[in-house]
Design a protein around this ligand. Structure first.
Ligand SMILES: [Fe+2]
Length: 513
């Protein structure tokens, strides 16, 4: 490997080394936000120095012999010693390997992949959400990292949980598996959010995921705070915790530091929503349905047509595309489920399932104000737009269970929706305190599928969804791990559904469930 360090630099680096721990790369490496010609590579240096220089190398092979780019970067205390390099001049749809060097220390070698270019014929990625550190081991991350057939991992948010180890009554307490949160209190300050990210990034399965694949991520509420909206959050009280804007800015600052991400608007750290184009094959529209939304409200006010889940700027961002000719799949990445989950006056076991999964108002008397059900006017205007296109697929998460559904609007199916289960956050068996395949779970699955008109649902497993896109169809495969209370290697494909081009309805591939 070639790095251009002269003897003078070597002397300075020895000085920095004196303040480093024995492993300055203990948070691993990561990559993210690939484009056809570039990708972000990331690391963090563990050091007490105000700043430290390091080198990076990108090559075509894992041994780093066929080097395509090298450079220097600086880890600064003001960025929590995190380092982002936007490596440019790369080939589309190509695997690369990279590492960082600081003094005599070298990081693990990571692999990454650029997005395919304008002639993209296929895109295959894993989607996931809801990684609650103290609820389980990230076996699903490890399984994703073992695959050799993916372009990237798409994270729908709750990449961290800001929660306290002793949660409020509205949150499910975690099992005693020796993984308490750091800090043990709820994150509110920059130092606390940084500590939480650092804890996640020392986890071996999180490190394996990032070492293997580039990340494309949006956010859900727990990157900020439970039930976040533009002006606050469920458990946030300005008088006690300080101004919401300061807390939000601290949370987002730690997120930008610790994720291998490129800011869509460098002048606006609150902007996460953006579009990712995979040639003419597909466009991914990554939505932020938390940080800019109006406050969730129950009752008739919910239907106010002025209320927004997206906020004015994000809403306007989509408007010009209404008239644009669209050649490929339109993949809408919405952390919150878009299908209605409200059932008036349900019988058991549907009533308990809806309440436990937080799919209706906590008293069961109204729709859930926290998901798209709580913003019906804006959802209707989006579905109007979907109805004008044949090729809309919605990807969602947040509700911790696996769902395949069809989105209906004015009597027609206008899109399909694939919902990923949680990585570790509690789903129905854990919330009910029963065994994973208790008869109560089977009954709840049947009742929920019937009551909501779903194609399929599974309410008691953790895992991820592989989304496979080609010009003729989009296929979703729900992969479930055996459990999360221990680090285990078993997984199985629980279901697979395909939506053919121009149909907006599911086809179930033969042989799977
Ligand atoms: Fe979650």
């Amino acid at each position: 490997m070639g790095t251009a360090a002269g003897s003078g630099k070597r002397t300075r680096r020895r000085g920095v080394l004196a303040t480093m721990t024995s492993d300055p790369f203990q948070h691993g490496v990561a990559s993210g936000d690939p484009l056809p010609d570039r990708v972000i590579i990331w690391t963090r240096l563990t050091t007490d120095a105000p700043s430290a220089r390091l080198h990076w190398v990108v090559a075509r092979d894992p041994e780093l012999r066929h080097v395509v780019a090298v450079g220097e970067a600086t880890a600064r205390a003001q960025h929590d010693h995190t380092v982002h390099v936007d490596v440019t001049g790369l080939e589309p749809g190509t695997e690369y390997h990279y590492c960082f060097l600081a003094g005599a220390a070298s990081s693990p070698v990571g692999s990454t992949r650029t997005l395919p270019g304008h002639d993209a014929e296929r895109l295959r990625f894993a989607m996931c959400s809801c990684a609650k550190f103290n609820a389980g081991h990230f076996n699903a991350y490890a399984r994703i990292a073992e695959r050799d057939d993916l372009d990237f991992v798409l994270h729908l948010g709750d990449y961290i949980y800001e929660a306290s180890q002793t949660p409020p009554a509205s949150q499910t307490p975690s099992p005693d598996i020796g993984r308490p949160f750091e800090p043990r209190t709820e994150c509110r300050t920059l130092a606390e959010y940084r500590t939480r990210y650092a804890q996640y990034r020392r986890d071996p399965d999180v490190q394996a995921l990032h070492r293997r694949l580039p990340l494309i991520a949006t956010l859900d509420d727990h990157e900020l705070a439970d039930g976040a909206w533009a002006g606050g959050a469920t458990e946030h009280r300005d008088a006690e915790h300080g101004p919401w804007a300061a807390r939000r800015d601290a949370a987002l600052r730690a997120r930008w530091e610790w994720l291998p991400a490129r800011r869509p608007d460098p002048s606006d750290p609150t902007r996460v929503f953006r579009s990712v184009q995979a040639g003419a094959l597909a466009e991914l529209l990554l939505l932020d349905v938390r940080s800019r939304r109006d406050e969730p409200v129950a009752g008739p006010a919910m239907a106010d047509p002025a209320r927004s889940m997206l906020g004015a700027e994000q809403r306007a961002w989509r408007e010009p595309r209404r008239v644009r000719t669209h050649a490929g799949w339109r993949i809408v990445v919405s952390p919150s489920i878009m299908s209605p989950t409200w059932v008036p006056d349900p019988d058991e076991p549907l009533r308990t399932a809806l309440l436990k999964l937080k799919l209706v108002h906590p008293e069961g008397i109204a729709p859930d104000e926290d998901q798209w059900d709580g913003y019906p006017a804006e959802r209707a205007s989006l579905l109007d737009r979907f109805a004008a296109h044949d090729d809309v697929v919605v990807l969602s998460g947040d509700i911790h269970v696996s769902v395949a559904g069809e989105l209906r609007h004015r009597g027609d199916v206008v899109a399909v929706e694939l919902t990923t289960p949680s990585l570790t956050s509690q789903n129905l068996d854990e919330k009910l305190g029963v065994a994973q395949r208790d008869p109560a779970i089977d009954a709840a699955e049947e009742a929920l599928a019937d009551g909501l008109g779903l194609e399929w649902c599974e309410l008691a497993s953790h895992g991820y969804v592989v989304v496979d896109v080609d010009p003729a169809r989009v296929r979703g495969e729900w992969w479930h791990v055996a459990g999360v209370l221990e680090r285990t290697a078993d997984e199985q494909c629980a279901a697979a559904y395909e939506v053919p081009r121009g149909v907006a309805a599911f086809r179930v591939p033969a042989g799977v469930r």
